[in-house]
Structure formats: structure tokens, C-alpha cells
Design a protein around this ligand. Sequence first.
Ligand SMILES: Nc1nc2c(c(=O)[nH]1)N[C@H]1C(S)=C(S)[C@@H](COP(=O)(O)OP(=O)(O)OC[C@H]3O[C@@H](n4cnc5c(=O)[nH]c(N)nc54)[C@H](O)[C@@H]3O)O[C@H]1N2
Ligand SMILES: Nc1nc2c(c(=O)[nH]1)N[C@H]1C(S)=C(S)[C@@H](COP(=O)(O)OP(=O)(O)OC[C@H]3O[C@@H](n4cnc5c(=O)[nH]c(N)nc54)[C@H](O)[C@@H]3O)O[C@H]1N2
Ligand code: SF4
Ligand SMILES: [Mo]
Length: 676
Amino acid sequence: MAEIRHSVCALDCPDACGLVLKIEDGRATRIQGTPGHPVTQGFLCGKVARYLEREYSPNRLTTPLRRVGAKGEGRFEPITWDEALSVITERFQAIIADHGAEAILPYSYGGSMGLLQANGMDRRFFHRLGASRLDRTICASAGTAGLMATQGIRYGIDPEAFVHSKLIIAWGANVLTTNVHLWPFIVEARRRGAKFIVIDPVRTKTASLADQHIRINPGSDLALALGLMHLLFANNQADEEYLKAHASGWTDLRETAQAYTPEKVSAWTGIPAADIIELAREYGETKPAVIRLNYGVQRSERGGAAVRAVAMLPVITGAWRHVGGGLQLSTSQAFHFNRTALEMPELQPHPTRLVNMSELGSALTKLNDPPVKALFVYCSNPAAVVPDQRAVLAGLSREDLFTVVVEQFQTDTADYADLVLPTTTFLEHTDIYGAYGHHYVQLARPALPPPGQARSNVEIFRELALRLGFDEPAFTESEDDMIRGILSSGHKHLDGITLERLDIERSVRLNLGEGLFRPFADGGFGHADGKADLRPLDLDYVPPIESRHGDFALRQSFPLELISPKNHDSMNSTFGNRLDVDRQTAILHISTADAGPRGIASGDSVRVFNGRASVVLAAEVDGVVGPGTVSSPSLRWPKKQPGGLNINALVSERLTDIGGGATFYSCLVQIEKCGD
Ligand SMILES: Nc1nc2c(c(=O)[nH]1)N[C@H]1C(S)=C(S)[C@@H](COP(=O)(O)OP(=O)(O)OC[C@H]3O[C@@H](n4cnc5c(=O)[nH]c(N)nc54)[C@H](O)[C@@H]3O)O[C@H]1N2
Ligand SMILES: Nc1nc2c(c(=O)[nH]1)N[C@H]1C(S)=C(S)[C@@H](COP(=O)(O)OP(=O)(O)OC[C@H]3O[C@@H](n4cnc5c(=O)[nH]c(N)nc54)[C@H](O)[C@@H]3O)O[C@H]1N2
Ligand code: SF4
Ligand SMILES: [Mo]
């Protein structure tokens, strides 16, 4: 008899889909999106439609492993959990005795969006241990800082509201690839007459299906936003009533923006002046108008300021007033979970050292007082995803570094571990989920048994805490108690949302009032004065150092801007073990203008290099990028790449202007055809 079980997709994706599994003879035989879920709408993206392949892969890790080969070589032998946990306990105690607990560094990011697995027992454990804390900057921190600077709170409109829009601008947002559940709402809006514009250096799947693709030079969005402001004010399309009531600093901004004439902005962005004028006219005229801003814009040197400026646009036009107007970057803060109850920062013996995860290479090779002597990795694959990969790998190779990796698969990072611990997938453990692209809280109970001896992060950290003698109640709390804590913030958005209710309904909409969420229709921004902050401080456009208008000497040697946006069929490095994904992430898109003079044709091997490294990829000479830009869908497993380095060996450790983020999309390179 077939049985139906429910779950939630835990991948790092704004859509946070509800899932339905069909179970036959104890095995899942089908995975589907939850029908009737207002955002999932019964369908899944291609990668998770194939998730059962991963779930039941013969390559899943099923027992703890101890390294027997050299670091990075990938030779291991099975050991018992008891041995593995004893080794960790002893090594941690010795490191603490010799160097202090801050010599231990946890390292985690987006493997799971589940609050228990990714922000729960792990945080409590490392806080109590007194370990260094990790500043989780690798994905969104510049955009977060930019959005906060303008709005004072990270609210955005509902995906369901997009159907009411008449103009939708996907700005650095590859909707079809990274946010596919927004797509049906865009399709419906267009059926009702909306225009859909994409602003992206790459002709993505989304851009190729848009009414208009505006190709922008990487890292120049701040200039475009300022140029649009200039025109909106000059054409009297600013909503002065809204600005007077709900914004501060806008008269100074109006003055600053005057310098950004269409001609000047055109030179920086590569967008014809006439198109800039037309875009401003349409954005100023059309109501409701919404901007779907995603994180592509903020992975560059001025990315924080760019997000700040883009977030000012719907304030200037008063687009927030209308249903279907405003902006969506992230909806995450609307959940108002009780993070303190979950993470328990008060368990720290003193405020401990904060280490920026985007600078892992430096942390492992340069940091002192104390040096990092133990690295504990879970929910992340730093050997593949972090900038300045050669420094990261040099650090991971250190004989005196004790590395533990909790994984589902034998990643590059796992190859460098002293101990590898097998862990569960989201289908196998309990967790609670918010979202960054919608407003539904969801609960998932284990739908499938873990393979072999795999254990969840929560179980692993609970056991380690016991072994280290931590006797606070924090470490014996059940998963259900942790969830009750998360829901206990007392914020009105969570009123009436209980564990019991989630167990029955599985997905519950936040209490956002009647109808669609209109966060700033009547002002109410997150700053103390309730206003949006439009002061133009530090807002002037300066091109990124690593860009076509950047450092002169650098661009003489390395004249092409490399970006490495998300691959359609993968999730960062998560599906890097798949052959089809491996092929897709081995590609470099090159324009005809750049390929021709170098004698490069599609299918050729090209060497992509700069002062940091050299990587060989397969050329695709097509219209995907414009002259001066090359693009490689990310992210390949480095060990699949000849030379053992992926694209992140080319990326610098330089941080964004605000938020301490990584600058993956500010990277200058040169390319040449490989010799026969
Ligand atoms: N299929 C798939 N889905 C994913 C992921 C994945 O790896 N694969 N990753 C997940 C994660 S971790 C995240 S954070 C989200 C990210 O979701 P997105 O932010 O949508 O993804 P990105 O590909 O980083 O960037 C979006 C677009 O910005 C463009 N871009 C790059 N530089 C610039 C620029 O300077 N200006 C402008 N205007 N555009 C620019 C890129 O070409 C890309 O098309 O996606 C999530 N979903
Ligand atoms: N060049 C370039 N580099 C990038 C990006 C880019 O666009 N270009 N994007 C950046 C961005 S936006 C992000 S978010 C980062 C992502 O970087 P990471 O967060 O490291 O993401 P993944 O590569 O998906 O690796 C997640 C790992 O967690 C494991 N995992 C999954 N679930 C669990 C679990 O429950 N427990 C444990 N212990 N492990 C689990 C998976 O098997 C997988 O190996 O990469 C960044 N790096
Ligand atoms: S990755 Fe995103 S779109 Fe795909 S199933 Fe998960 S939440 Fe849904
Ligand atoms: Mo991300």
C-alpha cells in the first residue's frame, strides 16, 4: 500500500517548498511539490524533482570515517561513532588547554535552511565552548546591510502580490533558475498586461524570456540606480507626498543624483542612454511597479551601496503604496522568530572572536592569537565555495589543523578532514522553516529513515555537549521544545502559530493582516523615526577595482570581467557529484568579440587566469554575455577540475563596501586558448 508523507525542501532557496512523498514498501518512490501550497503550487524545480537519486545514492556517507591518507587525498577508514566523538572531545580539550577555546572555529552555511539543524544545537554548543564565532557573510550580508540601511527592516512583498503588478523588474535576479516559484505569478501578471524587464549582465534563461533584457556591466548598478533617481526627480515622477511623510534625506539625495546624467550612467553601465531614459519613464509612470532584486547585484565591491540605492527607488516613486508595488529582496525578517531562545548567545563565557567566513583562507593561514587549530565544518563545502581557494586549500592542508566535517557526501572539504561524520538529509530529520521568498512557516517531521549510521546535526552537537560535560538544560532540550522556543517571540506575526498547529497544518501563513502584505503602504519603516533613510552618504559611484573601469594596471593585464552566477540544475556545490552538473559547471561563456581575436571557438579548452590562479574551462561562444564579460555557471567540485581548483581560485578575498560580503562577481581575468 502506498503511503503519503510530507516534508519541506531545506535547500538554500527563497521558495522553501512544501513536499509530498509517496512511500511504497518503506521507500520513497515519488517526490512532488505540495498541491495547494500557495507558493509551491504542486511543482518542484528540476534539481529537487530528482532529489530521490541523491537520497538513495550509493555514495551517501553512512559511517564515521578517519583519515588514513594525506590531507586532500581522500583515503579514509570506517570507525565507530564512539571512537569519533572521543577523538573530537580529546582534541578539543587539548586545543583549549594549549591555545584557548577561540582556537576552535565552526564553519557552516546554507546546506540546510532548517533552523534546528543550521542555527540550533550547533550554535548553543559553540557558544558554550567559547569557540570563535563565524561571521556568515558569504551570500547575502552586503545586500542585507544595504536593505537595512534604507528600509531599517528586511520586509518585502508577497510573491502572490506580483500578479497585480503592471511592471516587473528582475534586477540581478535569475527568477527561472533561483526562484522558480515566483515565475507563475509573473506569467499571470504578464497575461494581465504587465511588462517584464530583466537587468543582468548575462542573458539568463529569465532574460531570454523577458519583454526586455537590459544588459548592464557587472558592478555598475549603483550608477544606474542613481541615474534613474535623477530622471525620476527631474521628470516630476517622485511621489513627494509619500517622501515627505515617510522618508528622510531625500532632498539631499535629489541633489546628489543630479550628477548622474544618462550619458554618464551609460558610460559606466554600458546601457544606451536612450534605454536608461525609457526605463526611468516606464518605472515612474507605471503603477503598480515592483522590483525583484536578488543577490546577484551585491556580490561586487560596491554591492552594498547598490542595494541601498535600488531599495530607495520604490520609496521615491511611492510604489509601496500599491498592491503589487514595492520591492522584494528578502522576506525573512517578517518571521520574527525568537533567535535568542534558539541560539543562546548568553552561553558564551565572554563575547568571543568573530571570524569572517569569506576570509577563511586568511583565517587558516594568517590568523594568530590564537591561530585556528580546529575547524568544524557542517552544512557547507568551503573547499569549493570560498574565495581565494588556494589559500583555503593551503589552510586545510595544514598538518596541525584538526578538521571535522559533517557531510552527506565526500566533498572536497571532506577529503581534507581528519574525521568525517555522516549526516541526515532534510527528509530524515525534524525541522522548522521560515523562508526568504514567502511568508509561510513550515514544519517537517522525518519522512524517511537515515541510511546506515547517519545522524542529524542536532543529535551530533547534543552528544558532543554531553561528552564535554556541558550540563545546561540547553543541551537536553528536545527538538519540539526548541521549536516552541523559536515560536515564542511574542511578535504579532507569530500569534496563534504553535507547534501543535504546525503538526496538523504543516504550513501556516504569518499573521500579516487581511489580504496581501503591504509592509510600507503607510510608511512604518524599521528606523527609529519610522522613515526610509534616503540620505546619500557614501552613495557616490566609484567603479569596482576589479572591473572594466577599475584599476588601470590590473585591467591592462586582465581585461575581462568574470562572473560565476548560479547554475540552473544545481545548488551551489551541492550537486557537484552529478555528471550532468559537472559538465554544466565546466563552461565559460565568451562573447564573439572576445573569442574571435583570441582564436577561440565553442568547445575549445580555454585557460582562464589572473594573478591568483589559472583554471581550464570549455568555451561557449554565444550571445550569453556581452563584450568584456565572461561567465561560468557555478559551482564545480574542485576535485573534478584538472588542477584541482575551481573558479573560486580566481576570486579575491576582497570584501564588499558594507556587510563584509564576498565579491564573487568583481573579478578580472584574461583568457587564452589552450595549446593542442
Ligand atoms: N538553481 C539554483 N538555484 C539557487 C542556487 C543555485 O546555485 N542554483 N543558489 C541559491 C542561493 S545560495 C542563492 S543566494 C540564491 C541567489 O539567487 P540570485 O541572486 O538570483 O542568483 P545569482 O546567480 O547569484 O545572481 C542573479 C543574477 O545576477 C546577475 N548578476 C551578476 N552580477 C551582476 C551585476 O553586477 N548586476 C546585475 N544587475 N546583475 C548581476 C547574474 O548574472 C545572475 O543572473 O539562489 C539560490 N537558488
Ligand atoms: N564563484 C561563486 N562562489 C560562490 C557563489 C557564487 O555564486 N559564485 N555563491 C555563494 C553563495 S550565495 C553561497 S550561499 C555559498 C554556498 O556555500 P555552501 O553553504 O557551502 O553551500 P553548498 O555548496 O551547497 O554546500 C552545502 C553542503 O552542506 C551539506 N548539507 C546539506 N544538508 C546538510 C545537513 O543537514 N547537515 C550537514 N552537516 N550538511 C548538510 C551538503 O551535502 C553540501 O555539501 O557559496 C558561495 N560561493
Ligand atoms: S530548491 Fe527551491 S524551488 Fe527547488 S524544491 Fe527546493 S525550495 Fe523548491
Ligand atoms: Mo547564497
